[in-house]
Design a binder for this molecule. Structure first.
Ligand code: NAP
Length: 278
């Protein structure tokens, strides 16, 4: 008897790259749980995904506000109750770009992009299937050459997840001004997410479950977020949302090694600088 495929769970999948990643996973025959912070938007997306998928495809919706520890706790409880051991792919896609020009904005970006992704991972890991893969949607904007030297040193040197959080949460306007001029706090957040991925990959919790975790860049894509950046720099994003989603889905595959950072299935050197803004 052939075992039925396990579930994939994609956060922030009511639109953009998360929606397209869910669509691609469904097309590959996987059942998919999408999360949305807005239930109406999530229900609309789940219906659209179901309409586009082959008959019999399974799409389910859970509510999640990624920046809220209570919401993450509630998600974990629902996963435990309904999907215990049945999810083998978690894609932490929910993210915001912000502008990072104030301590409050910096904090908001960090809460979703770093704390949210780490907390969701830690809360769901005990309930994932053995051998599960976690994909953290990062960015080449989070390569160390895109952030100021003080952030780069403290994030690269972080030895624990708490160190990563502390390094990234610190608001240092001088060092932010030395990094990505368009979205400095966003770059810090994605650098921290990549370092957190490296630490999680080596953690006993992941090892004891034979689970793996990778960070991925989707490239600069024509989503709501990507177009926003396009307006600011006056050029259009070079990639479609489908192409970006494909890079995310490729990172879920066995060819991409545990703890790595990739783009379109190719490994990237996180400590360098991207050739193009992605
Ligand atoms: N687009 C690019 O060029 C690009 C490049 C590199 C990396 N990325 C990364 O790819 C991921 C997806 O980006 P995208 O372009 O698809 O962005 P998007 O079009 O702005 O969509 C973002 C998604 O994340 C959700 N979200 C944001 N904050 C959330 C929160 N606190 N709790 C729950 N959901 C939240 C949004 O929900 P709402 O609809 O409720 O707002 C939406 O579903 C992000 O992590 C982003 O940093 C994007």
């Amino acid at each position: 008897m052939v075992a039925s495929p396990k579930w994939a769970l994609v956060t922030g999948a009511n639109r953009g790259l998360g929606f397209d990643a869910a669509k691609q996973l469904l097309a590959s025959g996987r059942p998919v749980i999408i999360t949305s912070r807005n239930e109406a938007a999530g229900a609309k997306a789940a219906q659209a995904l179901s309409d586009a998928a082959a008959p019999g495809a399974r799409v389910e919706l859970l509510q999640l506000e990624a920046s809220s520890p209570d919401s993450i706790k509630a998600l974990a409880a629902q996963v435990q109750a309904k999907y215990e051991g049945q999810i083998d792919l978690l894609i932490n896609n929910a993210g915001i770009v912000g502008d990072g020009t104030s301590p409050a904005n910096h904090e908001a970006i960090l809460k979703t992009n770093v704390d949210g992704a780490i907390d969701i991972t830690l809360a769901l890991l005990p309930h994932l299937a053995p051998g599960a893969r976690v994909v953290q949607v990062a960015s080449q904007m989070g390569m160390l050459g895109m952030i100021g030297p003080a952030y780069a040193a403290s994030i690269k040197g972080a030895a624990t997840l708490d160190d990563v959080r502390a390094a990234a949460h610190r608001f240092d306007s001088d060092d932010l001004s030395k990094g990505n001029p368009i979205a400095p706090s966003y770059s810090v957040s994605k650098a921290a997410l990549i370092r957190a991925t490296q630490l999680l990959a080596e953690s006993p919790d992941f090892k004891s479950k034979d689970a793996s975790v990778v960070a991925v860049c989707p490239g600069w894509c024509a989503t709501d977020m990507g177009n926003g950046s396009g307006d600011k720099v006056g050029i259009k994003p070079p990639r479609t949302s489908e192409q970006g989603a494909n890079s995310i889905v490729l990172a879920a595959g066995d060819k991409v090694p545990n703890g790595s950072f990739s783009f379109d299935g190719e490994l990237l050197d996180w400590t360098s600088k991207p050739a193009l803004p992605e």
